[in-house]
Design a binder for this molecule. Structure first.
Ligand code: SF4
Length: 373
């Protein structure tokens, strides 16, 4: 009697599959069905997205390749670039655990009240020079008061004189009635307010406002004429169920753009020691969001360099938009590196790219990262 285990042909196939780590036929079919639904802008099934989040790391390339077809159908090879200006930094009374500007944060960050109109204009010029088509104006705080709304409106009106085509997105916290309308009249196009995480997990990351407060602000901004921009932040200890809850909650808000942040664990904040994400997990999360929002702007926001690392170019096959330059209180990789990455990965910059790569005598000049440097 043989002491060797009896392998069926199917066992041998499965062993080979494991060895080469390719997706089995059932998984390929499931993925193809998800892609087909997204191509037809049909909402994916939650179980299928849950499965996608738990696929093995070595299946990631197949997932990116398949879901990348959705991105290409709706956005071709275009990459939208967004430039960020922190118009008011630090000293926030809210206690969002992930934020370096929160009350109680010991992060060594610049703290200043709202910048002057001239700084808005400098940022607009810089955004245009680097090839960004959207300028995101972000202020710390629970929400703006009337004086702050007036200052932002004045800054935006001045920016619009410099470049009427530059899209302006404001992110000023929780809004009161009528405030979005004032911003819209001044020339603001979009309002960003992220849900960040699930309703269930929200109390673990913030106690000074609620998930429902956040939702209301996105709805108010939309009602008063601004394009809704709302996304998420992952890597804070949430479960896969929380990721899916966030994704479906965002879908319910019908946003035009969906920024996906990956936690930058900033020293001096309560989440500084968290490092839960891997590049493959980030790519799976981006795939889930592309499938849920096939024809909407999906943007890789903060944490791209920290968590995707060498896999950043793969993220471009899923997201159609990135931030360029620095983040709110942390440095991004150099603008030149981002531009090179986009080109090397075979993508092109929406709007034609940098307007000021060369000085008049032909010498390349360095594109500045941030107006506040
Ligand atoms: S409200 Fe905004 S600025 Fe304030 S702590 Fe939360 S995320 Fe930071």
């Amino acid at each position: 009697m043989s002491i060797l285990p009896a392998f069926t042909p199917m066992d041998v196939y499965e062993k080979k599959r494991e060895y080469y780590n390719c997706m089995n036929a059932a998984s390929k079919k499931r993925l193809a069905e998800l892609v087909k639904q997204a191509m037809e802008v049909r909402e994916p099934n939650r179980n299928d997205l849950a499965w996608l989040l738990t696929t093995p790391d070595l299946d990631t390339l197949e997932i990116v390749s398949a879901v990348g077809q959705v991105r290409k159908k709706f956005f071709g090879t275009r990459v939208k670039m967004n430039f960020l200006l922190n118009i008011q930094s630090g000293l926030c009374p809210e206690d969002c655990n992930y934020c370096s500007q929160a009350r109680g944060s010991e992060a060594p960050i610049p703290k200043y009240s709202m910048v002057e109109k001239s700084t808005f204009c400098d940022a607009a010029t810089m955004a245009r020079d680097v090839g960004a088509t959207r300028l995101c104006l972000v202020a710390s705080g629970r929400g703006p008061n009337d004086r702050e709304i007036r200052k932002v409106a004045e800054g935006v009106e001045a920016v619009k004189k410099i470049d009427p085509s530059l899209e302006i997105c404001a992110c000023l916290g929780l809004l009161g009635e009528g405030q979005a309308e004032q911003l819209q009249e001044a020339g603001v196009f979009a309002y960003n307010h992220n849900l960040n995480t699930s309703e269930n997990f929200y109390g673990d990351i913030c106690s000074t406002h609620t998930f429902s407060d956040r939702k209301k602000t996105v709805e108010l901004a939309k009602e008063e004429g601004l394009s809704p921009c709302s996304g998420a932040l992952f890597g804070m200890g949430e479960t896969n169920e929380d990721i899916l809850d966030t994704c479906y909650a965002l879908k319910g808000l019908n946003p035009d753009s969906v920024p996906i942040n990956f936690l930058i664990p900033i020293t001096g904040t309560p989440l500084s020691s968290l490092n839960e994400l891997t590049p493959q997990k980030c790519l799976r999360i981006l795939s889930v969001f592309r499938l849920m929002f096939p024809d909407r702007e999906v943007r890789i926001a903060g944490g791209r360099e920290v968590h995707l690392r060498a896999m950043q170019p793969l993220g471009l096959h899923l997201a159609n938009s990135i931030f360029i330059g620095d983040y709110l209180t942390t440095k991004g990789q150099s603008i030149e590196t981002d531009l090179e990455m986009i080109k090397d990965a075979g993508f092109e910059i929406e709007g034609g790219g940098p307007k000021k790569q060369q000085s008049p005598n032909g010498l390349e000049i360095r594109l500045k990262q941030s107006v506040l440097d």
